[in-house]
Design a protein around this ligand. Structure first.
Ligand code: UD1
Ligand code: CA
Length: 455
């Protein structure tokens, strides 16, 4: 649609969330509610978006600005109602088609936005409102019809007994021709039970001024679920989770227990990968084909190539190449890159390190700020000692190195190709190629000692 402008209402406090975090920043899976609304608009082809912020405006603005480029913001200092909120967009709404969305309806889809735009355009409406039919209309504005046509919207708090019975309600999604909206704003008052400037009243004003008000009845009421409480947040999460899991399963991913599997919208998973129960996959994570993930694994913004097994582990901003196994109980921290055919075993933590192909770090080891070659074997209990309380230093470990159990590698230090360290060594000096470094006291046996001390 030409000249489409999106206004997203996000200035309200969200009192019913009982939270210090502004409502629209609460997360459904790994993304803020306002984020979904912005993305649905963008996916529908809108690139002119203005978010109305108010309550904790700096926090809302900064969070969204970090995530999305090219979003405009307008501030509503006092929350005087949804109509007043849209007015704050000022020049942004002076012309074109103004699509109004709420920041607290994260389930809306791009398809629905596109459909609304085409209904609005083909019917040549002055304004088109999306309605939905619900079993329990409590809390919503009711759509009052006259001979099937739009008459007005009555808010719950202003509804008569008869009007309260109506179960066709306002979703809070509309598209206006700018000139009709601006003209209606001139007449909009706040003479209602809440003393607010209701956006909903502009529709009746437009109708009375001879404009054409259309109603598009939504097929799927879930899409317009407004999240006003933590209970509703959990319901929105359930819907979003099911949507994402369903899509992935239809694309060939095995999810053995969708109910306990939480996958973010931006996560990509190739077919024939199996996700076992209790997994959270988040951010821009990409997982290849034929992997086995879980049970009980959390992967955030990481890249996992094909045929990788990860169980009961946590990965954050890490990269794992093909045919590698991770876990159980491993922790891969930011900027870790694990090569192909590696083994990262139990109680191993890796941070800011490169581990090349075929290397095994099987148990109870910390590798931080290190560059590790191919086919290295780490004995149990190895620690890279990379921090002196002030600065961090790197360890460099060559190819085919064998690190004995319980070795401390005090950085900066380099272990050259094919070198060995003896178990229990604290290595502080570089170790040359093909050599064995022993850095521990020799064992001395004091024979008969027990009898002597007991005498
Ligand atoms: C609103 C509609 C109602 C509709 C429902 C759908 C009005 C008067 N009522 O009611 O008809 O059925 O949405 O969910 O529009 N906001 C501001 N500034 C304000 C007031 C609100 O930015 O001054 C924002 C809120 O942050 C929220 C959105 O507008 O994102 C909707 O406000 P809310 O108070 O939740 O309206 P409802 O009572 O749900
Ligand atoms: Ca609401």
């Amino acid at each position: 649609m030409d000249n489409l402008k999106v206004v997203i209402l996000a200035a309200g406090q969200g009192t019913r969330m009982k939270s210090e975090v502004p409502k629209v920043l609460h997360r459904v899976l790994d993304k803020t509610m306002a984020g979904y609304v912005i993305e649905a608009s963008q996916e529908a082809g809108a690139d002119d978006i203005c978010v109305i912020v108010g309550h904790q405006s700096a926090m809302v603005k900064n969070t969204l600005k970090d995530m999305y480029d090219n979003i405009k913001f307008a501030v509503q200092k006092e929350q005087l109602g949804t109509g007043h909120a849209v007015m704050q967009a000022g020049d942004f709404i002076k012309d074109g088609n103004i699509l109004v969305l709420c920041g607290d309806t994260p389930l809306i889809t791009a398809e629905t936005i596109q459909k609304l735009c085409s209904v609005h355009e083909s019917s040549d409406n002055s304004v088109t409102v999306v309605s939905m039919v619900v079993d329990d209309p409590t809390g919503y504005g009711r759509i009052v019809r006259e001979n099937d046509n739009f008459a007005k919207i009555v808010e719950q708090k202003d509804a008569s007994e008869d009007e309260a019975e109506i179960n066709e309600v306002n979703t809070g999604v509309y598209i206006f021709k700018a000139e009709y909206l601006n003209k209606a704003f001139e007449k909009l008052g706040n003479n209602n039970s809440q003393g607010e400037y209701y956006l909903t009243d502009t529709l009746e004003i437009i109708k009375n001024d001879g404009g054409k008000v259309g109603i598009m009845v939504a097929d799927d009421a879930d899409e317009f679920m407004g999240v006003n409480s933590k209970l509703q947040l959990s319901q929105a999460i359930a819907v979003m989770k099911e949507r994402i899991n369903t899509k992935l399963m239809l694309e060939g991913v095995t999810i053995t227990d969708p109910a306990s599997t939480y996958i973010g919208k931006d996560v990509k998973i190739a077919p024939d990968t199996i996700i076992y129960p209790g997994c959270m996959l988040e951010g821009k994570t990409v997982i290849g084909k034929s992997c086995i993930i879980g049970p009980n694994t959390r992967i955030t913004s990481s890249q996992v190539d094909d045929c990788v097994t990860i169980q009961m582990s946590v990965l954050n901003d890490a990269k794992v190449k093909s045919f590698t196994t991770v876990g159980p109980f491993a922790y891969l921290r930011p900027n870790s890159c694990i090569g192909e055919h590696c083994r990262i075993g139990d109680f191993v933590e890796i941070k800011n390190s490169n581990i090349d192909d075929g290397t095994k770090v099987s148990h109870l080891t910390y590798v931080g700020d290190s560059d590790v070659g191919k086919c290295v074997n780490f004995g149990c209990g190895t620690v890279t000692v990379n921090y002196d309380g002030k600065n961090k230093y790197r360890c460099k470990i060559g190819n085919e190195v064998f690190i004995g159990c319980n070795t401390n590698l005090v950085a900066p230090v380099e272990i050259a190709d094919r070198a060995y360290t003896a178990a229990g060594s604290t290595i502080t000096k570089n170790v040359p190629e093909d050599s064995l470094a022993i850095a521990r006291n020799r064992q001395e046996n004091k024979e008969g000692w027990r009898k002597k001390v007991n005498k």
